[in-house]
Design a protein around this ligand. Structure first.
Ligand code: C2O
Ligand code: CU
Length: 467
């Protein structure tokens, strides 16, 4: 592959030292014969609670949700995708800064993986944190119907929590008879997206998890839904938000309540620590505002006879990840306009699915879904330089804007105060303009799109090139 060669030469010629190698450039694939993880994409059946069996779901295991995968910071891993689906697929590792050819975007970084074929994704995660995985080909169908899972990168040093709970929020659209209903609707795609009717955590409508009484529980919340923006309210317990979108937070984020919920858009993650109640069998509820009223989306129950008597005050910020700070004084500004542009014809984009509609645009261009033929990058950035991207939402809907391969931080919004925390997915509100800053230190073609998949598939998708 041209990209790989170019980078090899670059590394050899400039003789980068150990500091540079600790960054995202590390972990260029050298064929590992034995994978650390096998992910077998497959169709499966599952009954949601008391409902009739639902066929046609997508997972990487039979009869349930894709499992949590755990990697270790700075330790190389090979994840082997085996495509047991009838359609082509790829896998994307959302939030991981990795070599471009491991990013899993069809036509942009690799060819789609055919039925019965495998693809080895080998990389070394430079950052610890709560990330996730999902296909990037036939994305609508494969993700909407189940294929989303946690990819947790553990800190090099144990952080001393008493429980580690992963909550994957995902809706399904299911009829009375258990059958799947279409997740793409032109009406939804041209507005806020099509919502599911079965709201689950880890594929359960009444999910209950356990944590030791009086212990410190690290709770990781992932919104892997294709549409829903969650409005989260957290229980009234001593607690702290320790990471957002996989990156440690170093400022105090206000505790989300029913009055002031926290907006978590599709693709986003939140890491919270709760100091659990002292008594056994006490339930704590995580809530989301769904069509106007709060509902429990996950329950955490205390277990174990005697309280661990932990103190929330011992919780320190997570260690920072090795991210190159953008230098604002030298940063060039680029503007990007996200617009509503209905009526266009959808273009055919090969093996990864298209819907024949365009409703959205970046810089007035509706970008075709997963394919890039015939369109250039939204922006070309010079490797190593700092940039401010001015994201201007001229549309009447909110969009969780996601960038692959790099992280950025918001520095200014014209509507609200945003934490200056690194992220890969920013929820851009309706009519909002946000300036984000980044250092373009990872070369390649990086997908840049809305994570409401119906928007991504109807124009709100492109890529940024770092050369
Ligand atoms: Cu979560 Cu382009 O992906
Ligand atoms: Cu959108």
């Amino acid at each position: 592959m041209a990209g790989l060669k170019r980078r090899d030469i670059l590394l050899g010629a400039t003789g980068l030292g150990a500091a540079a190698l600790a960054g995202p450039l590390r972990g260029v694939a050298n064929a590992t014969p034995k994978p650390d993880f096998k992910l077998q994409s497959q169709m499966t059946s599952y009954a949601f609670g008391d409902r009739p069996l639902t066929d046609g779901l997508f997972s990487t295991v039979a009869g349930g949700p894709p499992p949590v995968i755990r990697l270790k910071q700075n330790v190389e891993a090979t994840l082997r995708l085996e495509n047991g689906l009838k359609d082509h697929t790829t896998m994307h590792w959302h939030g991981i800064r990795l070599p471009n050819e491991m990013d899993g975007v069809p036509y942009l970084t690799q060819m789609p993986v055919a039925t019965g074929k495998t693809f080895d994704y080998t990389f070394t995660p430079p950052d610890a944190g709560t990330q996730w995985y999902h296909p990037h080909c036939a994305t609508m169908q494969q993700m909407a119907n189940g294929l989303t899972g946690f990819l947790i990168v553990d800190e090099a040093e144990d952080q001393g929590f008493d429980a580690d709970i992963a909550i994957n929020l995902k809706d399904f659209r299911i009829g009375e008879d258990g059958s799947l209903r279409p997740f793409f609707t032109p009406r939804g795609a041209s507005r806020g997206g099509t919502l599911g009717n079965v709201i689950t955590a880890n594929w359960r409508e009444a999910s209950v998890q356990e944590a030791p009484s009086g212990g410190l529980a690290r709770v990781r919340i992932l919104n892997s839904d294709v549409t829903r923006i969650h409005r989260l309210a957290l229980p009234n317990l001593p607690g702290r938000i320790i990471a957002w979108d996989g990156q440690p937070v170093d400022e105090d984020i206000p505790w989300p309540t029913r009055e002031e919920p926290l907006l978590l858009g599709p693709g986003q993650r939140l890491d919270v620590v709760f100091r659990m109640p002292d008594d056994e069998g006490v339930d704590t509820f995580i809530e989301s505002r769904i069509s106007g009223s709060y509902r429990t989306i996950d329950t955490i129950r205390t277990v174990g006879g005697s309280s661990l008597k932990r103190n929330i005050a011992v919780v320190r910020p997570l260690p920072r990840n090795p991210i190159a700070e953008p230098v604002l004084a030298e940063a060039e500004t680029r503007e990007m306009i996200f617009g509503w542009s209905p009526g266009g014809e959808g273009s055919n984009n090969g093996l990864c699915g298209t819907y024949g509609f365009t409703f959205w645009s970046i810089d007035r261009n509706p970008w075709p879904g997963d394919a890039v033929e015939g369109v250039g990058p939204v922006a070309v950035l010079e490797q190593g330089k700092s940039y401010v991207l001015r994201l201007r939402n001229e549309s009447p809907n909110a969009h969780p804007i996601h960038l692959h391969g790099l992280v950025f931080k918001p520095i200014r919004s014209d509507q609200r105060r945003l934490p200056a925390n690194y992220t890969d997915t920013l929820l851009l509100l309706k009519g909002e303009t946000v300036d984000i800053a980044l250092r373009a230190d990872n070369p390649g073609n990086w997908a840049f799109h809305c994570h409401i998949i119906e928007h991504q598939k109807t124009g709100l998708s492109g890529y940024i090139q770092v050369v």
